[in-house]
Design a protein around this ligand. Structure first.
Ligand code: HEC
Ligand code: HEC
Ligand code: HEC
Ligand code: HEC
Ligand code: HEC
Ligand code: HEC
Ligand code: HEC
Ligand code: HEC
Ligand code: HEC
Ligand code: HEC
Length: 461
C-alpha cells in the first residue's frame, strides 16, 4: 500500500490540513500517522495499520471483518454470551439505540487512550444497565447491586461464559478445595506428539551427508545434544531445519542454501499448531505481522510487565523456550519464562505452594506431568482428536486463557481444585500477585445464589 494514500486518508478523515509535520517519504514507518495510541491488546501491532484498516477508505464493515478475522474463534471458544446474532433478532432492535452491540467498535474503539479500560473496553463500567435494567426485579439476589459490579471477577463477563453460567455453577457446587493427588495424576496426560506425526524421511544425497558431517565435526556440542533429542529419534536430519525448501546437488549452492539460524518458519513446517498458537498470542503477534522485533520493542508502559535486562536485544521465537538442538520441556515450562519475565507475579512463583509440588515429584508421590509450572496455567495441554486419534498437545498461545481470568477455571484449575475455590482465588488480586500463596480472602457468592434459586424452584414444583 502506498504511503501517500494512507496520509491522504488520515487527513481526509480528520479534515485538518497541516495536522502532521510529516515528510512525504515512501518509507513505511507510519508512526507519524498514528492518531492515538492503540489499546493494551494491540500496541505491539499499532503501526501495522493494514492489519485492521485493510484498506484506507474502508468503512465499518472493513474494521468489523478485521476484528472477527483474528478473534472469531476465540469468542466462539469462550461460549460468547452476546454474539452478534442475538442482536440481529428484530425483537432486540430497540436495545441497539444506545449501544450498537452488533459492532465490535461500539465497545472496543482504538486510538482513544483516555477512555480505554481493561481489555480494550471503551465504555463506562455500568453499561450493562442499558439492556438489563430489570434484572433486580427478576432476581431477589440482584436487587440492590450496582450495575458497575456485574462484570466483576467471578460474576459475569460480557463474552466469556465457560464456567459462570447457572447450570454449571449448580452442577459443580460441591467437592473439596483440593482433589486427591492420585486423582490429579490421571487427569494430566503427557504430550503424545509422536503418535500423530510422521516425518517424511528426506533423501540425503552424498553431498548433503558430507555437509552435515562437516558441520557436526566442527560443532561437537551440537552433535551431542542432537543425538539425545526427540528429533534425532524421530529420524530428522540436520537438513530438516537447516535446508528446508532447498533442493540442490551442487556443492556451492548447497552451502549457500544452509540456513545458519533457522527461525519460526522452519519449525512451523512440521509444528503447525504450536506455531499458530505462538503467532496468535503476545509472544508472536508482532512477528506474525512481519516485524523482526526485539524484546525491548515488544513491551511498553501499557503492559505493566517487566523483563530482564539480559534479554532486551533477543528476538522471541521457538528458541526462547526450546533450545535449538536439545529439548528440555521442563526447562521450557518455568526456567525459560523466568529468564525474561521479572514482574512480581512471575518472581513470586518459585516460593509458591504450587512450585513446591516439585518436591513431591522428586519423592515419587506425584507424576512429573502433574506438577504445576508456569506452563500448566499459561500453556495448558489440550486433548483433541486429530485424524481420528486422540492426542494431547500444548497450547502455545499464552493469551488464550489469560483474560478474563475465569478462562483458566475450566482449562486449568478444575483439574485439581473445585469450582468455588477457583472462582474465589482468581477474584483475589493479591493472590495473583503472590502467585497463589495462601487461601482466598474474598468469597464470591455466585454459587450460593445459583443454589438458592435452584432450591426455591424445586420447592415451587
Ligand atoms: C488494532 C486495530 C487498529 C490498528 C492496528 C489501527 N487502527 Fe486506526 N482505527 C481502529 C478502530 C477500531 C478505529 C475506530 C473506528 C470507529 O470508532 O468507528 C480506528 C480509527 C482510525 C481513524 C479514524 C477514521 C475512521 O476510519 O474511523 C484513523 C484516521 C485511523 N484509525 C488511522 C490509523 C493509522 C494511520 C494506523 C496505523 C498507524 C491505525 N489506524 C492502526 C483500529 C485500528
Ligand atoms: C491481526 C490480528 C488482530 C486484529 C485485526 C485485531 N486484533 Fe484484537 N488482538 C489481537 C491479538 C494478537 C491480541 C493480544 C492477545 C490477546 O489478548 O488475545 C488482541 C487483543 C484484543 C483484545 C483484548 C485486550 C486485552 O487487553 O486483553 C480485545 C478486546 C481485542 N483484541 C479486540 C479487537 C477488536 C475489537 C478488533 C477490531 C477493531 C481487533 N481486536 C482486531 C489480534 C488482532
Ligand atoms: C456491548 C459491548 C461489547 C461488544 C459489542 C463487544 N465486546 Fe468484546 N468485550 C466487552 C467487554 C465488557 C469485555 C471485557 C471482558 C468481559 O466482560 O467479558 C470484552 C472483552 C473482549 C475480549 C477479551 C477476551 C475475552 O474473551 O473477553 C476480546 C478478544 C473481545 N472483547 C473482542 C470482541 C470482538 C472481536 C467483538 C466484535 C465481534 C466484540 N468484542 C464486541 C464488550 C464488548
Ligand atoms: C446491547 C444490549 C446488552 C448489553 C449492553 C448487555 N447485554 Fe447481556 N444480554 C443481552 C441480550 C439481548 C441477551 C439475551 C437475552 C435472552 O436471551 O433472553 C443477554 C443475555 C445475558 C445473559 C444470559 C446469557 C446466557 O445465555 O446465559 C447474561 C448473564 C448477561 N446478558 C449479562 C450481561 C452483563 C453482565 C452485561 C454487562 C457486562 C451485559 N449482559 C450487557 C443484551 C445486552
Ligand atoms: C529442530 C531443528 C534443527 C535441527 C534438526 C538442527 N538444527 Fe542446528 N540450529 C537450529 C536452530 C534453531 C539454530 C539457531 C540457534 C540460535 O539462533 O541460537 C541452529 C544453529 C546451528 C548452527 C549455528 C551455530 C550456533 O550455535 O548458532 C550450527 C552449526 C548447527 N545448527 C548445526 C546443526 C547440525 C550439524 C545439525 C544436525 C546434527 C543440526 N544443526 C540440526 C535448529 C536445528
Ligand atoms: C521435519 C519436521 C520437524 C521440524 C522441521 C521440526 N520438528 Fe520438532 N519434532 C518433530 C517430530 C516428528 C517430533 C516428535 C518426536 C517425538 O515425539 O518423539 C518433534 C518433537 C519436538 C518437540 C518435543 C520434544 C520432546 O522431547 O518431547 C519439540 C519441543 C520440538 N519438536 C520443537 C521444534 C522446534 C523448536 C523446531 C524448530 C527449531 C522443530 N521442532 C522443528 C518434527 C520436526
Ligand atoms: C514461551 C515458551 C515457549 C515457546 C516460545 C515455544 N514453546 Fe513449545 N513448548 C513449551 C513448553 C513449556 C512445552 C511443554 C509443556 C509441558 O510439558 O507441559 C512445549 C512443548 C512443545 C512441543 C511438544 C508438545 C506438543 O505441543 O505437541 C512442541 C512440538 C513444541 N513445543 C514446539 C514449539 C514450536 C514449533 C515453537 C515455535 C513456534 C515453540 N514450541 C515455542 C514452551 C514454549
Ligand atoms: C524471550 C523472552 C520471553 C520468554 C522466554 C517468555 N516470555 Fe512471556 N512475554 C514476553 C514478551 C516480550 C511479552 C509481551 C509483553 C507485552 O505485550 O506487554 C510476553 C507476554 C506474556 C504473557 C501475556 C501478558 C499480557 O499481559 O498479555 C504471558 C501470560 C506470558 N508472556 C507468559 C510466559 C510464560 C508462561 C513463559 C514460559 C512458558 C514465557 N512467557 C516466556 C517475553 C518472554
Ligand atoms: C496457578 C496458575 C498460574 C501459575 C502457576 C502462573 N500464573 Fe501467571 N497468571 C495467572 C493468572 C490467573 C494471571 C492473571 C490474569 C489476569 O487476571 O489478568 C496471570 C498473569 C500472568 C502474566 C500477566 C501479568 C499482567 O500483569 O498482565 C504473566 C506475564 C504471567 N502470568 C507469567 C507467569 C510466569 C512467568 C509464571 C511462572 C514463573 C506464571 N505466570 C505462573 C496464573 C498463573
Ligand atoms: C495440577 C494440579 C493443580 C492445578 C492445575 C492448580 N493447582 Fe492450585 N494447588 C494444587 C496443590 C496440590 C496445592 C496444594 C499445595 C500444598 O499446599 O502443598 C495447590 C495450592 C493452591 C493455592 C494455595 C492454597 C494455600 O493454602 O496456600 C491456591 C490459592 C491455588 N492452588 C489456586 C489455584 C488456581 C487459581 C488454579 C488455576 C489457575 C490452580 N490453583 C491450579 C494443585 C493445582
Amino acid at each position: 500500500m502506498k504511503k501517500w494514500l494512507w496520509i491522504f486518508w488520515v487527513l481526509i478523515t480528520l479534515s485538518v490540513t497541516g495536522f502532521y509535520g510529516y515528510k512525504m517519504t515512501l518509507d513505511e514507518d507510519k508512526t507519524e500517522l498514528l492518531i492515538g495510541d492503540a489499546t493494551h491488546g494491540h500496541f505491539q501491532i499499532e503501526l501495522a495499520c493494514e492489519s485492521c484498516h485493510s484498506e484506507p477508505f474502508g468503512g465499518q464493515e472493513v474494521l468489523q471483518n478485521a476484528c472477527t478475522n483474528c478473534h472469531q474463534q476465540e469468542l466462539k471458544d469462550a461460549h460468547d454470551s452476546h454474539p452478534k446474532k442475538k442482536f440481529t433478532d428484530p425483537r432486540n432492535a430497540d436495545l441497539l439505540e444506545v449501544i450498537d452491540a452488533r459492532y465490535c467498535v461500539s465497545c472496543h474503539t482504538e486510538h482513544q487512550e483516555e477512555q480505554t479500560h481493561d481489555m480494550g473496553v471503551t465504555l463506562p463500567d455500568d453499561y450493562c444497565f442499558h439492556c438489563h435494567q430489570s434484572v433486580g426485579e427478576e432476581r431477589p439476589s440482584h436487587k440492590d447491586l450496582p450495575f458497575d459490579s456485574c462484570a466483576s471477577s467471578g460474576c459475569h463477563n460480557y463474552h466469556d461464559n465457560k464456567a459462570l453460567y447457572e447450570s454449571f455453577l449448580v452442577k459443580n457446587s460441591g467437592g473439596e478445595w483440593l482433589k486427591h493427588l492420585d486423582e490429579i495424576n490421571t487427569n494430566r496426560a503427557i504430550p503424545s506428539y509422536a503418535a500423530s506425526q510422521s516425518v517424511d524421511q528426506q533423501e540425503i544425497s552424498t553431498l548433503t551427508a558430507e555437509l552435515f558431517a562437516q558441520k557436526m565435526a566442527s560443532h561437537p556440542d551440537i552433535n551431542n545434544h542432537w543425538q539425545a533429542s526427540a528429533h534425532e529419534q524421530a529420524g530428522l536430519s540436520c537438513g530438516g531445519c537447516h535446508l528446508t525448501g532447498a533442493s540442490t546437488n551442487d556443492q556451492t549452492s548447497l552451502a549457500a542454501a544452509w540456513i545458519e539460524q533457522p527461525g519460526v518458519e522452519q519449525c512451523q513446517s512440521c509444528h503447525q499448531q504450536e506455531a499458530s498458537g505462538f503467532l496468535e498470542g503476545k509472544h508472536g503477534m508482532k512477528l506474525a505481522q512481519g516485524y523482526i522485533a526485539k524484546i525491548s520493542d515488544m513491551s511498553s508502559e501499557y503492559s505493566g510487565l517487566s523483563f530482564s535486562e539480559l534479554v532486551q536485544d533477543n528476538q522471541h521465537g521457538c528458541n526462547s523456550c526450546h533450545s535449538a538442538h536439545s529439548f528440555d520441556t521442563e526447562y521450557a515450562a518455568t526456567e525459560a519464562c523466568l529468564s525474561c519475565h521479572t514482574d512480581e507475579h512471575s518472581k513470586n512463583f518459585t516460593a509458591s505452594p504450587h512450585a513446591q509440588l516439585k518436591d513431591k515429584v522428586l519423592e515419587g508421590s506425584l507424576a512429573a506431568a502433574s506438577q504445576v509450572t508456569c506452563a500448566t496455567c499459561h500453556m495448558p495441554r489440550v486433548k483433541e482428536k486429530q485424524a481420528g486419534t486422540e492426542v494431547v498437545r500444548v497450547e502455545h498461545n499464552q493469551n488464550l486463557n489469560l483474560r478474563p481470568n475465569e478462562k483458566m477455571i475450566r482449562s486449568v484449575c478444575l483439574d485439581c481444585h473445585n469450582l468455588a475455590f477457583s472462582i474465589d482465588a482468581l477474584a483475589d488480586e493479591s493472590l495473583i500477585q503472590s502467585n497463589f500463596k495462601g487461601k482466598p480472602s474474598k468469597h464470591i457468592e455466585s454459587i450460593d445464589w445459583a443454589l438458592e434459586r435452584e432450591n426455591k424452584n424445586a420447592r415451587k414444583e
